[in-house]
Design a binder for this molecule. Structure first.
Ligand SMILES: NC(=O)c1ccc[n+]([C@@H]2O[C@H](COP(=O)([O-])OP(=O)(O)OC[C@H]3O[C@@H](n4cnc5c(N)ncnc54)[C@H](O)[C@@H]3O)[C@@H](O)[C@H]2O)c1
Length: 280
């Protein structure tokens, strides 16, 4: 008889932003390991396609059209999850406001002095407050089941500062604090909370909001040979949600190909070394 601590059979997971990129890869992976997965995404068509892809592969999934900027819609996502599958074991807070006109080059989320109050609040609402609200609505159901796992996608931009996207970075830093507070408040009652911090992951959003020359620069500064893929994040999320990850809580785990593991100036030096080595 084989045992896999990675198995998610019998678990129920709700994933915001589950119709694309990191959320989609995680939904597909968790479903392939046995979880029933609920895709909570603002993009109804993409969410339906995500469900179809999971069902075609033999998994169980449901789409609940959700704008995480709306409190009632987050509650509805949790309620629909519980009504359909009888409970919720895993909540993955993953959606974020990723729009070229906001956090793309020259977008409105730029220098602090130029950002208006409406945008401050909108970015915080979607990128941070929605994560707290997801936890607020999921936790009572998780407690009824004796525990659960809440995951959050933060960002390298929440650990260190980028030049533009001041509010995105601020919201992502807030997730790191929110994560610790949830873990501390509910750990003794069986609920774990873990934040995942991706570096550069090639997803539709990254391609839409990060200019190619910045992606090249970021990849050059990683201590790795390639750009990150959505599957790299999905593997960690599925591990954390499983029994194999059951002693991990309150942490922020960085998956960035070593982007943040060295002094920034060092990458420029090693580029010179590579050039010298190639020329010799
Ligand atoms: N791709 C990267 O390089 C990278 C790096 C660091 C952090 N992240 C974070 O990873 C998460 C996922 O990003 P991704 O790159 O997979 O993006 P993506 O665009 O591929 O997927 C994001 C999904 O979120 C959905 N969404 C957007 N606004 C929503 C809303 N208000 N309510 C519900 N759903 C909404 C979109 O429809 C989309 O399906 C985000 O939190 C992002 O900040 C990404």
């Amino acid at each position: 008889m084989s045992y896999s601590g990675l198995d998610l059979t019998g678990k129920v997971a709700a994933i915001t932003g589950g119709a694309s990129g990191i959320g989609l890869a995680t939904a597909q992976l968790m479903a392939s390991r046995g979880a029933a997965v609920v895709i909570g995404d603002i993009n109804e068509t993409a969410a339906a396609e995500a469900v179809a892809s999971i069902e075609e592969a033999g998994g169980r999934a449901l789409a609940v059209t959700t704008d995480v900027g709306e409190d009632a819609q987050i509650k509805n996502l949790v309620d629909q999850t519980v009504a359909t599958y009888g409970g919720i074991d895993i909540l993955y807070n993953n959606a974020a406001l990723m729009a070229p006109e906001i956090n793309g080059p020259g977008g409105r989320d730029n220098l602090i002095e130029d950002i208006d109050a409406e945008l401050f609040e909108r970015v915080l609402r979607i990128d941070l407050v929605s994560y707290a609200l997801g936890a607020k609505y999921a936790i009572p159901h998780m407690l009824e089941r004796g525990g659960g796992c809440i995951l959050h996608t933060t960002s390298a931009g929440g650990e260190v500062s980028e030049l533009p996207r001041a509010m995105y970075g601020t919201a992502k830093s807030g997730i790191i604090g929110l994560n610790r507070n949830i873990a501390t408040q509910y750990g003794k009652r069986g609920i774990r909370s873990v934040a995942i911090s991706p570096g550069v992951i090639l997803t539709p959003a990254a391609e839409a909001v990060v200019p190619p020359e910045l992606i090249d620069a970021l990849v050059r500064h990683t201590t790795h040979t390639r750009i990150g893929r959505a599957r790299d994040i999905a593997e960690l999320a599925a591990f954390l949600a499983s029994d194999a990850g059951s002693y991990i809580t309150g942490q922020t785990i960085t998956v960035d190909g070593g982007l943040l593991c060295h002094l920034p100036t060092f990458a420029e030096e090693w580029d010179k070394d590579y050039a010298a080595a190639a020329a010799s």
